[in-house]
Design a protein around this ligand. Structure first.
Ligand SMILES: [Zn+2]
Ligand SMILES: [Zn+2]
Length: 177
């Protein structure tokens, strides 16, 4: 995703909106089962002299599997951000900067007439991976004993799972009667 500085300069001090849909593949990201995945990006960029302020958000809908019930589900990843990109006119120091791998907050740079957000968005996506994919917050998952999907069916495993010693006692009582 490229933002052209000359265009921002014309509207210096104001926010210029950009909307793009970026295939994950073109960000160098591969998510199994989501080869056609798209990142939807909405930003506003403002030229402030020697730096560019960018604020906005992105979201990606990924096909995934619920970690509790194993059903196919859509998992939305999203992020909001506000970032300042400083102008660095010496291309050599831009190279050094990138080699050191120091993509930290408040540490973004651009040089020349193009501000390329590709690496920024790639990093942002990689850091937003969900801890756990769920089809819904209160998914009841599969019964660990019989494998029934407890969102749809009640199984009797909990009831039947009584202490075997109690069961012997129960049978003994039944015999006596
Ligand atoms: Zn589920
Ligand atoms: Zn069960």
């Amino acid at each position: 995703m490229k933002v052209f500085i000359t265009n921002l300069e014309k509207h210096a001090g104001k926010f210029v909106p950009y909307s793009v849909n970026i295939p994950l593949a073109s960000l160098g990201i591969q998510v199994p089962g989501n080869e056609e995945g798209i990142m939807h990006v909405n930003i506003q960029a403002s030229y402030l002299g020697d730096q560019v302020l960018i604020r906005g958000d992105w979201h990606v809908d990924l096909q995934d599997v619920c970690s509790r019930c194993l059903e196919q589900t859509v998992c939305r990843l999203e992020e909001q951000f506000t970032e300042e990109f400083a102008r660095l006119d010496d291309p050599v120091s831009v190279d050094l900067h990138e080699k050191e791998g120091s993509w930290e907050q408040n540490d973004f740079v651009y040089s020349g007439e193009v501000l390329d957000l590709t690496e920024y968005l790639r990093q942002s996506f990689l850091m937003s991976q969900p801890f756990k994919v769920l089809c819904r917050e209160d998914c009841r998952g599969l019964c660990p004993v019989c494998g029934v999907d407890q969102n749809y069916e009640e199984c009797r495993c909990q009831e039947e799972n009584i202490d075997p010693r109690l069961r012997v006692l129960e049978e003994y009582k039944n015999k006596k009667q």
